[in-house]
Design a protein around this ligand. Structure first.
Ligand code: UTP
Length: 224
């Protein structure tokens, strides 16, 4: 069975606007998909990870330690999501190889090792499972020319080549808790493995469903 990898930001799943109905709808949407695909869901750290990383940085903890703090939160978040999604694993894998070897139709995990965000975990899993597509479900409607949370006149980019994205953002890991749409190490894998990648707003489940069903959706297509 072919696979699809979805990376969902903690800022999407653990924000104030999200309620139980959202998780019921997410579950229903995923249950429909598993008749066709194996689904891998990678869960981010969100506000909680950023807060703890910020506190740790103020205490002078080294970057690697800060990443570890972030990873712990992503795994706790993943654990919470497995409770809400049927046909999913209940023990959280700690590496993409472990995830790949699980039998559940929906495999949910968080972070793996320091030095990147959960987007890179998703890209790595997409590469290893030869995924049909990689969907980055973030808290804005795709990639913009500047941060739409800061600049109301930011313009949404409908399509961008992976080369241009890399030119714009680079492929390095910057620092823990830095909130960019896609982190550099993930871009590197997407380019190398030529993974069809889509960026959309994870709070808009109808857009996620359209992207999963190969329909036109509101978001950004990364051309590889
Ligand atoms: P996230 O993937 O959540 O980062 O990991 P994010 O970009 O802030 O995403 P949102 O807010 O969920 O959308 C949180 C932090 O955990 C560490 C990094 O420091 C990252 O910034 N992390 C996560 C790792 O070091 N390795 C991982 O595999 C995952």
């Amino acid at each position: 069975m072919e696979s699809i990898v979805i990376s969902i930001g903690g800022s999407v799943l653990f924000s104030d606007e999200i309620n139980e109905d959202f998780f019921i709808q997410l579950d229903q949407l995923l249950q429909k998909q598993i008749t066709k695909y194996r689904i891998y869901l990678i869960i981010g750290g969100g506000k909680k990870a950023r807060k703890l990383i910020h506190q740790g940085r103020e205490q002078g903890l080294p970057e690697e330690k800060l990443d570890e703090i972030g990873i712990k939160v992503t795994r706790e978040n993943a654990k919470k999501i497995t409770m809400k999604i049927k046909n999913s694993n209940k023990i959280i894998p700690e590496s993409t190889n472990q995830a790949k070897n699980l039998d559940e139709k929906i495999v949910i995990m968080g972070g793996t090792t320091p030095g990147h965000s959960t987007d890179m975990v998703g890209a790595e899993l997409a590469e290893k499972t030869n995924a049909l597509k990689f969907i980055i479900a973030t808290n804005v409607d795709g990639v913009y020319d500047k941060d739409p949370n800061k600049y109301p006149d930011a313009i949404q980019i409908k399509e961008i080549t992976i080369k241009n994205l890399i030119y714009e953002y680079g492929t390095d890991w910057r620092t823990a808790g830095r909130n960019v749409v896609i982190d550099g190490p993930a871009l590197k894998i997407i380019e190398k493995a030529k993974i069809p990648t889509y960026v959309l707003n994870g709070k808009k489940l109808e857009e996620l469903e359209k992207a999963l069903n190969n329909e036109q959706f509101n978001g950004t297509i990364i051309k590889i």
